[in-house]
Design a binder for this molecule. Structure first.
Ligand SMILES: Nc1ncnc2c1ncn2[C@@H]1O[C@H](COP(=O)(O)OP(=O)(O)OP(=O)(O)O)[C@@H](O)[C@H]1O
Length: 368
């Protein structure tokens, strides 16, 4: 089933939440709605589910206008943040409830519930009532119920929000397979960029009453539309350095620690303009001091994380810069060090508007 939104507007009293949202979700696609708290993600899901009505715009499911169609007639499954479990039923009965309503046989029901409960790691608490479940377990029970119903459209509102970090990590690996098996069209809300990148075929980044950018996880990571989106994706956060591109002897450069960093010649139009250079910490690496073109820095602190080590350094002008390298790989001792930059991964933003500036394609001269 496809979902199509055309120019959806929604306000509560004088507060505009959605101001013209247009979106197309393909059959079998998992689209992640990602954005800060209050961006309108839940409101958008509630509109699609039919729990609330838009002020303007249309919602189509498989090409059929949903205007006036009751929520229960839309064929949409949901798992919302507030669990909404039946308090008098145990987890098994809660998960099985959509199948019971459909008159499914006991054996099929048990098989379906066991399978999804095992995957979501709640198989050991199936006989517990909601009040005997932790919040994370309640949330996974609600998710299991939505999945067990096998709807062709599934709306999931931050279903792992209360789940601890280790389980979230495991679920990020498991859920895509399960959703693929179900062949459902899924809209999945999260505030966790790693979850968004792991689960979404595409990600719609919501902010300022609408969708700011939509694309594959790779598109958004490598070509964020603006500084805000670049900051939302990535841990540690992208380094942003104020620069004013110049013309160097070999092409366009930006200076960091007085060292000219070669940029794409497609940035010739930005020479002399106030820009911000975005460098992801993993696009930087420590090299021996004195390496040609390397930026001299002073190492401040080093934080070993699980899979990587993050070093905070300062440039000669005292600007902080973070460098990330795989855990276990050798790094600099404290004190003076030098950094080389993978300039192919450098992003340039307009300092006033924050928009990313795409380099102008450079015409290749072809021999006559
Ligand atoms: N029924 C309502 N009445 C008035 N305001 C509402 C109502 N529902 C949502 N809002 C407002 O709409 C805005 C968007 O809320 P929404 O719950 O969609 O955010 P969200 O992006 O899902 O955030 P979170 O990630 O924290 O859940 C908020 O400012 C919220 O206060």
């Amino acid at each position: 089933m496809t979902i199509t939104l055309k120019n959806i507007e929604k306000s509560f009293k004088t507060d505009t939440v959605l101001d013209g949202v247009t979106l197309e979700v393909a059959k079998g696609e998992t689209l992640v709605l990602f954005g800060p708290s209050g961006a309108g993600k839940t409101v958008l899901l509630r509109l699609i589910a039919g729990v609330i009505e838009p002020d303007a715009g249309q919602i189509f499911v498989n090409g059929v206008n949903m205007d006036g169609v009751e929520p229960e007639d839309r064929g949409i499954g949901m798992a919302f943040q507030n669990f909404a479990l039946f308090p008098h039923m145990d987890a098994f009965a809660n998960i099985a409830s959509p199948l019971t309503a459909r008159g499914q046989s006991k054996s099929v029901m048990k098989q379906t519930v066991d399978q999804v409960a095992k995957l979501l790691k709640i198989d050991h608490v199936l006989h517990h009532k909601p009040k005997e479940l932790s919040n994370g377990q309640k949330q996974r029970t609600a998710l299991a119920r939505a999945l067990a119903a096998q709807p062709s459209i599934l709306l999931l509102d931050d279903p792992l929000r209360n789940v601890d970090a280790k389980l979230r990590f495991e679920m990020r690996l498991e859920l895509p397979r399960l959703l693929k098996d179900q062949n459902a069209t899924v809209i999945y809300v999260t505030q966790d960029y790693k979850e968004a990148m792991a689960l979404g075929h595409r990600i719609a980044v919501m902010n300022n009453h609408g969708i700011q950018q939509i694309g594959t996880p790779q598109d958004i990571y490598l070509s964020p539309a603006n500084v805000d989106i670049a900051k939302l994706f990535g841990d540690p956060v992208i380094n942003l350095l104020d620069v004013r591109p110049e013309r160097g002897p070999d092409g366009v450069v930006a200076r960091i620690s007085d060292m000219p960093i070669r940029l794409s010649d497609g940035y010739a139009a930005q020479i002399g303009q106030d820009c911000r250079l975005g460098l992801r910490p993993e696009a930087l690496r420590f090299v021996p001091e004195g390496t040609p073109g390397a930026i001299p820095v002073e190492v401040e602190t080093e934080t070993p994380l699980n899979e990587k080590t993050v070093t905070l350094a300062t440039t000669l002008r005292g600007r902080e810069i973070m460098v990330s390298r795989p855990a276990g790989s050798p790094g600099p001792a404290s004190g003076r060090a030098a950094i080389a930059i993978d300039t192919s991964a450098a992003l340039l933003f307009d300092r006033t508007s924050g928009s990313r500036i795409a380099p102008t394609p450079i015409r290749q001269e072809t021999a006559a």
